[in-house]
Design a protein around this ligand. Structure first.
Ligand SMILES: *Cc1c(COP(=O)(O)O)cnc(C)c1O
Length: 404
């Protein structure tokens, strides 16, 4: 099996360090590879498969849509664009939506909105505040906004107009923007995903909201990974009771069908005019149906409360099972995150655990070198969460016990 897979990709570009696994199908939180081995899926296609695999309500709806129309194009109205936009407006308390297909596209649109917001006010060289360890995508502009030198290496010159600050430090934000009339926006993830599951504190979120109001900046919150119910609220910033001006979404929005969106509040909703922005696939009928049905099923099945509950349970079990390793720097630095977005930071790089977990029948990821990231489907059950912990914790202990 391994030999076959390692030698089997001579025609795709060498952009990913892949595990020697190919998945063939799934059911709920369980997936099977082409050799019939089964895995518990605690990665969900990187926080994408909101409803797990082969969901009994989603699949028939998508099949119905496939037989009607897959793609039309934005020369015409797409009724489900309006339906999904109205739903996102209702859930976010914001006002208008632009649809695209991916996270970087949603962020690219947000960056364009911020720049035009500035130009509309006579600011010719607008600047956007971004954060250390941020991840916003891999287009030239979004990799420039990203706070990871590995993502940027080899792609200079970077896009200019970004000011970088540390997380959760309002004084640092004020100092970095002092006397600078060109600042137009502050842009961050409520919980950084690729950066290692790092949360913005509730009080910091509130402070930044106030500062953006005082200075007339756009507050732009990248909810691509932490949004769509993952933390137990529709959008993670809602735990702080704030509303952003711009909110990019993607990943979980279509349960696996590529759907991206930029949701804008009144301050940003009318910046784009015809001709300013667009995309061929954005808002296509299949994508919109996936978004509409994902939210409908999440509401019908009470998945926000469920994600909060199962996430809390999983975090507690991990904390209990790894209590010895957490105590006094014994290898586990911290278990953090909210709902079904959990990070376990170890004291040493632990990328090898992805393969070891897979061998043991569990799919996870390791990000920021030393953080085990769990972002399962929001339908994960309590017994399945227990199973995640029962496979993962012994592997962590064994790994920490190894020398080097
Ligand atoms: C994944 C991710 C992106 C990029 O999304 P793509 O669909 O891969 O372009 C942007 N921001 C955050 C927070 C992400 O997690």
């Amino acid at each position: 099996m391994t030999a076959l897979l390692e030698a089997s990709s001579p025609h795709t570009m060498n952009t990913y360090g892949r595990l020697p696994i190919a998945l063939s199908h799934g059911q709920g939180c369980r997936v099977w590879d082409i050799n019939g081995k089964s895995y518990l899926d605690a990665l969900a296609g990187i926080a994408v498969n909101t409803l797990g695999h082969n969901h009994p309500k989603l699949v028939p709806a998508l099949q119905d849509q496939l037989g009607k129309i897959i793609h039309s194009c934005n020369y015409y109205h797409v009724p489900n664009q309006e339906k999904l936009a109205a739903k996102l407006v209702e859930l976010s308390g914001m006002s208008n939506v632009f649809f695209c297909s991916t996270g970087l596209e949603a962020n690219e649109a947000a960056l364009k909105l911020a720049r035009k917001f500035g130009h509309d006010r006579g600011i010719e060289r607008p600047e956007i505040v971004v954060y250390e360890h941020a991840f916003h995508g891999r287009s030239i502009a979004t990799l420039s906004a990203t706070g990871n030198p590995k993502v940027q290496a080899g792609f200079g010159p970077l896009v200019e107009g970004f000011i970088r600050v540390p997380l959760n430090n309002i004084e640092a934000l004020k100092a970095a923007t002092a006397e600078n009339p060109n600042v137009v926006a502050v842009f961050f993830e409520t919980i950084q995903g690729e950066g290692g599951v790092n949360s913005m504190r509730v009080d910091y979120l509130q402070q930044v909201r106030r500062l953006c109001d005082e200075r007339d900046w756009l507050l732009m919150i990248d909810e691509v990974q932490c949004g769509m119910g993952r933390t137990g609220k529709w959008f993670a910033h809602q735990w702080a009771g704030i509303v952003p001006d711009v909110m990019p979404l993607a990943k979980g929005l279509g349960s696996g069908i590529p759907v991206g969106a930029v949701v804008a509040g009144p301050k940003a909703a009318h910046i784009f005019q015809p001709g300013n922005h667009g995309t061929t696939f954005g808002g296509n009928p299949l994508a919109m149906r996936a978004g509409v049905e994902t939210i409908r099923i999440m509401e019908e099945d009470g998945l926000l409360a469920h994600a909060a509950q199962v996430g809390e349970h999983l975090k507690n079990v991990l904390q209990r099972e790894l209590a010895a390793e957490l105590a006094g720097g014994a290898g586990v630095k911290e278990i953090r995150g909210q709902g079904l977005m959990i990070g376990i930071e170890l004291s040493k790089p632990c990328g090898v655990l992805t393969q070891r977990c897979a061998d043991a029948g569990l799919l996870i990821s390791v990000t920021a070198d030393s953080v085990i990231r769990l972002v399962p489907a929001l339908i994960m059950s309590v017994p399945e969460a227990d199973e995640v912990a029962s496979i993962l914790c012994p592997l962590i202990k064994a790994f920490l016990a190894e020398s080097t």
